[in-house]
Design a protein around this ligand. Structure first.
Ligand code: CU
Length: 139
């Protein structure tokens, strides 16, 4: 019974996805410029974030999550994390090393800065909440 329900949901989702693709790829016959602009910018933003890390040196911690969770910086760049949660958080590399972040607890409004001097991919988490994760790619 539940398998049938799941199968039905999968079909519905697939159909909805196909319909969305058709709608997006078709040129709208209406001259509804505002609507079209919104759709175009939304889909391109989604594509970029899905395919590559965000190039930024600032990560906000909010609602028990790092945002953006996946960023890309250059060797020598300093990344700043700022805690916007009332709960304390920290930035701890999954693999401890002198080249990887190892911050102490930040209260709300506090920041932690770390300068990445070595290329690589640094996965990290919050020392208090291991389910909060992020990645810094240094190139
Ligand atoms: Cu945390």
């Amino acid at each position: 019974m539940s398998k049938n329900v799941i199968a039905a949901l999968v079909v519905v989702i697939a159909l909805a996805g196909a319909a969305a693709v058709v709608v997006t790829s078709k040129d709208s016959p209406k001259k509804d410029d505002g609507m079209q602009t919104t759709n175009t910018s939304q889909s391109s933003t989604t594509d970029k974030t899905a395919s590559s890390a965000t190039q930024t040196n600032a990560v906000t911690i909010q609602n028990f999550a790092f945002s953006p969770a996946t960023i890309k910086v250059k060797v020598g760049d300093t990344v700043t994390w700022i805690n916007q949660d009332s709960t304390q958080h920290s930035v701890i590399a999954n693999t401890a090393s002198a080249d990887a972040p190892n911050g102490s607890l930040m209260a709300k409004g506090e920041t932690y800065k770390f300068t990445f001097n070595k290329a690589g991919t640094y996965a990290y988490h919050c020392g208090v909440h291991p389910s909060m994760t992020g990645t810094v790619t240094v190139e």
